[in-house]
Design a protein around this ligand. Sequence first.
Ligand SMILES: Nc1ncnc2c1ncn2[C@@H]1O[C@H](COP(=O)(O)OP(=O)(O)O)[C@@H](O)[C@H]1O
Ligand SMILES: [Mg+2]
Ligand SMILES: [Zn+2]
Length: 548
Amino acid sequence: MAQALYRKWRSRTFDEVVGQEHVTQTLRNALRDGRVAHAYLFSGPRGTGKTSTARILAKALNCTGPEENRPCDVCPTCVAISEGRMLDLIEIDAASNNGVDDIRELRDKVGFRPSEGSYKIYIIDEVHMLSTNAFNALLKTLEEPPPHARFILATTEPHKIPATVHSRCQRFDFRRIPVVEIAAHLRHIASEEKVQAEDAALTAIARSAQGCMRDAISLLDQMTSYGAEAISVEQVHQVLGSVASESVSGFVDALADQNLTAGLQTVHDLLLAGASLQEFTTQVVEHLRGMLLLQMTGDSGLLDDRSPETVQRMEIQARKLTQPQTLYAVKRFGEAIGELKGGYQPQLPLELALIEAASGPVVQAAAVPQPTPAATPAATSVASQAAPAAQKSSTKPATQTVAAPSAADGAPVPLDNAAVSRLRGQWNEVLAAVREQSGLKQQAALRAVRDIAIGENAIALSFGNNKFARDMISEGETLAQVSGILARFVGRQVAVECMEGETATLSAAAGRVVHDDRKTDGPDPLVEFAVSELGAEVKDEKSGKRKK
Ligand SMILES: Nc1ncnc2c1ncn2[C@@H]1O[C@H](COP(=O)(O)OP(=O)(O)O)[C@@H](O)[C@H]1O
Ligand SMILES: [Mg+2]
Ligand SMILES: [Zn+2]
């Protein structure tokens, strides 16, 4: 089998290390001035050039070529290192079982002079994996290093390195490589390998690699096995499937812009492409979490596992959403991950999460319970959850009444607040039912509901200032379907009244008192969530005063 492209294209000189000039230039200067440190700590994400740079430094220290051009990459020592057969370069993988033994051996042998070159060079990869004993052994050596020895420690997790070791090293942080630089490098490799590829395809590959050059090259490698034609951006998306970070970013764009059409289209496309929606949603949550960190701290340094382009995009998105909105979205999509388990409409939980997150958290408190001493046992039982089966919505066409604020005599219309609480708790199911019967647009419109009031034979829904949503639900057939669905959940026939404004009010026609005194005052889970997680305040519906 042919050698993997990423191995074949390991950087051989400082010039060939892409995107880490802050490291390579400093090392060049140190070499020129003869001030190479005894120990370096290379930190940074995998596949960004730590091992490659360590080997290049090892070459430069032992190179026998012209001094101003080290490593020359052609002298016997440089070639020996490239081919992995230089005795004075010792590579230790701390992640492997024999890490400790290797370190012990290192301590025993480090005193011997190099056999071929002028320096003995130890590269210790994944150094954070060393045991405490091994670290102690290493520390002894670092405290009194023989003059001919140099150490390069590499790690993806620098915070796990003991401070005592840290302080003995000069540290270099390798960064994620920007998309444009990865794409340019891929273009170079593709042309050398005589592989045809669209520029957009290379950019898509580069973007998906999240700053990791090795992943980018591996993916290019994978794409070359797809036949003779030029690699296209469609092919790349196909191969990437759900892991395309572009579609994650685009999806969050749709969320931030409240562009439901675009967001739902993405879900549709993913489904058609056979992508794992669970995987996709997981990435959406990670993306949103990053935005939340940005919103809370304003510090993009916390996102150093992301490419600069992704962070830039997150910053823009983070400005479009409020912190509570983002928090709500994280939670909502987090829930959706668990719900996405295939089934009859596998994409539904993701779609619902999008629609709900786009509408933002519901912070409207439940209607305030009214004193209703006239409650009758019969009324209690109709209001209970046991819904009469199969109520046909067509039997009794619902009417849209213009809401009068209250009864003519000035007495407030009696409200069934327990039913409101229950209905809110089942709102996701209501939305799902509406989607199934009426359609996606109607479901989205219903999502705009701000407040609900329920009387004996009517339900009022307020839509804020969203006239569009109100009109959509008020439309004859939709209204009949929605009232049929709501009747099923409430447990009795109800006429649906749609109105603008924040507060839903029932007209006098809404009728007699219905009272369920089992848990009229019980906390609404949504309200509790809004208060504890989103910092909402519960206000008295009538007075607008804050409630305790
Ligand atoms: N900065 C870079 N410039 C060019 N190629 C790179 C770079 N970083 C990684 N690569 C590619 O990825 C492969 C693995 O890189 P490596 O140096 O082992 O990364 P690390 O040690 O940081 O995980 C190299 O063989 C090379 O093909
Ligand atoms: Mg490495
Ligand atoms: Zn050389």
